[in-house]
Design a binder for this molecule. Structure first.
Ligand SMILES: NC(=O)c1ccc[n+]([C@@H]2O[C@H](COP(=O)([O-])OP(=O)(O)OC[C@H]3O[C@@H](n4cnc5c(N)ncnc54)[C@H](O)[C@@H]3O)[C@@H](O)[C@H]2O)c1
Length: 303
């Protein structure tokens, strides 16, 4: 069992703490904001209840207002503080001084290059990106991002740890914006927005095509697996006709920019790409949550 330190007990940090504590690791959790740290035990207990995991694992978490105490014994540190380069760099400078020299230092940044987060660390070989998805206790993927300075040993040990607690780590071999998942997600969104902006269909139709069409098989067969299944010749024939016609707007689509400028920012205000009543918005959130919780409970039952 390893000593895991988690820095930041917010939305992501408390979920990351749950993942390791429920798997039997000792977790030391720190947050600079006292009320967040105080509310963390209740929120973590809530995750044990939600997923139906044995609450005996709750004793594995200790809570520290003192940064140095939180990291003093760490084998791995997972940083999940605010998405600001200067805040993350300051945390990593402290980690470099206060965590054991052997500790692996992981950042959960969504978009800041790993090389920026670890810029001021002396032993940079042990700095790595671990990009969890929200909510981390329900979505298994973690993108393990290797910066130029990250050693292979750091990659191997981080992948092994994540696998051992039932997560699905993937190795991202280059420190590029959006890693893999967000590049794919936003490549799709770019075309979705262009289809609506160009009057091909409305937003509801885009969502229907994804959910009832190719999305229906995406959870069981990936896009490249699917190309292999039908034969690469077909993919090539389609690309000869289609690729040149896909959207290539070199920045955010003006349709999206205009929506945000008009305040049409989504469910919270009742109008985004689509119109939403509070009931409809609540139904979508419940549908997503129920689906993810059911998957996590099934996984916990069979592990
Ligand atoms: N929310 C998401 O969907 C999501 C998904 C993937 C990755 N991330 C990334 O995870 C990180 C955390 O995001 P979040 O959504 O949990 O944010 P959050 O605001 O819920 O939590 C961040 C916590 O960090 C604490 N904090 C800030 N500065 C600190 C410091 N110097 N020392 C100790 N604690 C400090 C804050 O008090 C807060 O509790 C960000 O880098 C974010 O980009 C978020």
């Amino acid at each position: 069992m390893s000593n895991i330190s988690v820095i930041g007990a917010g939305l992501m940090g408390h979920g990351i703490a749950y993942i390791f504590a429920s798997a039997g690791h000792k977790v030391s959790l720190h947050d600079a904001h006292a009320p967040t740290l105080e509310s963390a035990p209740k929120r973590i207990e809530g995750l044990f209840e939600l997923i139906g995991t044995d609450k005996a694992g709750l004793v594995n978490v200790s809570y520290h207002a003192d940064f140095a105490k939180a990291v003093a014994q760490a084998d791995f540190v997972f940083e999940a503080v605010a998405e600001k380069p200067e805040i993350k760099q300051a945390v990593f400078t402290k980690l470099d001084e206060l965590a054991p020299a052997s500790a692996i230092l992981c950042t959960n940044t969504s978009a800041i290059p790993i090389k920026t987060v670890g810029e001021k660390v002396k032993n940079q070989k042990r700095v790595i990106g671990t990009h969890y998805w929200n909510p981390p206790h329900l979505i298994p993927l973690v993108e393990v991002v290797q910066a130029e300075f990250t050693s292979q040993d750091t990659v191997d040990r981080t992948m092994a740890l994540l696998e051992s607690v039932g997560m699905t780590p993937v190795h991202v071999k280059k420190d590029i914006p959006g890693f893999i998942g967000n590049r794919l997600q936003h490549a799709l969104k770019r075309e979705c927005i262009a289809l609506v902006a160009n009057g091909v269909c409305d937003a509801e139709t885009v969502d229907k095509v994804v959910k009832q069409g190719f999305g229906a098989r995406l959870a069981v067969i990936g896009p490249l697996e699917q190309s292999d299944m039908v034969g690469l010749g077909l993919t090539l024939d389609i690309h000869k006709v289609l690729i040149a016609d896909l959207d290539r707007t070199p920045g955010p689509d003006p349709f999206l920019v205009e929506k945000v400028a008009k305040g049409e920012t989504g469910m919270a205000v009742g109008h985004g790409f689509r119109k939403w009543t509070p009931e409809q918005a609540a139904e979508v959130r419940a549908r997503l949550n129920n689906f993810l919780v059911d998957s996590a409970r099934n996984k916990a039952k069979h592990s």
